[in-house]
Design a protein around this ligand. Structure first.
Ligand code: ATP
Length: 401
């Protein structure tokens, strides 16, 4: 750390949050002891970013237009189910589908996706694959989140009573930093055989994330926020994240604040997840914690995740899986994407449709117990979708829609 000047660190932090492209970032090869970022420093930056503020959100004739990014693996089939459910429920949403080629090293598809989200304000997304191994090509998922400044990821981990699981009655909100930390994608080989990977923690992003977490807790009647960190080892980076969360906590005297080291947190989650209420954490810990909790609750096929910034929102399955090995077999659990769709409807203020879809999910999973193999059942993906559609059709008739 001592080798990095403060100015250099600040520059890196800016690079991580502003996602500079090849033109804006120097591609340098440096000698030992220097900050040789090499090719991996090349960042993606959309050409349309300057227009972002002036693009109005698309809404034609009372209908919403939403960008749909199916991604790879099970993404396209899950999106097909969402279209089907929306059609039967008469949801006033049109999708603008954008496919990002996982094999290309060019940014045209990504540019198009970003422009579409800027126009529509909101997207429903599967996990996008980036097959290139070149350090110049950034993960498309990370590039999207960075470029749209989606600084927070929210996952509501709420148990399904009808799902056999290792732990019952979990009700925890995860608030995860979404654009920097360990996902800065700044790696370089400083000298042959020595690779360094930078974890970026900025005061600005940590502060707005912590404030988001405490505001969220207040608004949703939650009692406690727990900051998850590794500040005993990463004293400066996680230390800053922790220190800021402690500072912000002082502004919310009604909400209890504590902190926990990530290792202990994983053990505590497995043995007693009920002690947690709202959990605040950096990017990688968010990925680990969400996967641990999903495992305890019944797997990757249930929960949704929401990505927010000040301007845009993206909704997707909570653990961001591709599920390539189960694609096209009619066995993927559609519930995580259905929950993402219900989040989307809530975001668009289509409250009736959102509530009905959640009721349909509850009926299917908890009451009728139509479970795909990941939940120990024998139902197909289509069985689950049909059950949801049946519920919605009955509901829309009763409600005279
Ligand atoms: P693959 O993509 O080949 O399945 P992977 O190791 O990349 O393997 P992920 O996509 O990260 O796995 O998913 C983790 C596990 O969760 C896999 O076993 C996957 O099949 C399963 N999984 C993910 N999403 C779902 C889903 N919607 N329904 C059922 N299983 C799922």
């Amino acid at each position: 750390m001592a080798a990095f000047g403060r100015t250099q660190l600040l520059k890196l932090a800016q690079m991580s949050s502003m996602s500079l492209n090849g033109a804006g970032s120097a591609t340098r090869t440096m000698g030992a002891g220097q900050l040789g970022l090499g090719d991996s420093q090349k960042r993606f930056k959309s050409k349309t970013s300057r227009l972002a503020k002036i693009l109005p959100k698309a809404k034609y004739g009372g209908r919403h237009t939403v960008t749909m990014l199916p991604g790879g693996g099970i993404g396209p089939e899950l999106m097909g189910y969402v279209r089907e459910v929306f059609r039967y429920a008469g949801v006033p949403v049109d999708f603008e589908e954008v496919n990002i080629n996982p094999n290309t090293e060019g940014n045209e598809d990504l540019e198009y996706a970003i422009t579409s989200i800027r126009r529509n304000g909101v997207a429903l997304k599967g996990n996008i694959e980036t097959k290139s191994l070149s350090p110049n090509v950034m993960s498309r998922n990370v590039a999207l989140r960075n470029e749209l400044d989606l600084f927070v990821n929210v996952i509501h981990c709420l148990s399904y009573a009808g799902v056999p699981s290792r732990q019952k009655d979990i009700d925890v909100y995860l608030i995860r930093q979404n654009t920097e930390g360990e996902y800065a994608m700044l790696e370089h080989e400083s000298v042959y055989g020595v690779v360094e990977c930078l974890k970026i923690v900025t005061r600005e992003n940590s502060e707005r994330l912590a404030r988001y977490a405490f505001d969220f807790a207040k608004k949703h009647g939650r009692k406690k926020v727990t900051t998850i960190h590794k500040a005993n080892i990463m004293k400066t980076s996680d230390g800053l994240f922790l220190e800021i969360s402690r500072q912000i906590a002082k502004e919310y005297p009604d909400i209890q604040h504590n902190d926990m080291i990530i290792d202990n947190c994983c053990m505590q989650l497995v043995s007693n997840p009920h002690q947690f209420d709202v959990m605040l954490m950096t990017n990688l810990y968010g990925s680990i914690v969400s996967n641990v909790i999903c495992g305890l609750m019944g797997g990757a096929g249930l929960l949704s995740g929401r990505n927010y910034g000040t301007e845009y929102a993206i909704f997707e399955p909570g653990t961001r899986n591709t599920g390539t090995s189960i694609a096209g077999k009619n066995i993927a659990n559609p519930i995580s994407m259905m929950n993402a769709a219900a989040d989307l409807l809530h975001h668009l203020r289509l409250e009736n449709h959102s509530v009905w879809l959640r009721e349909a999910i509850d009926q299917t999973i908890n009451v009728d117990k139509i479970h795909t193999p990941d939940l120990g059942g024998q139902a197909t993906s289509m069985d689950v979708v049909k059950n949801i559609v049946n519920y919605l059709q009955a509901k829309t008739k009763v409600e005279n829609w």
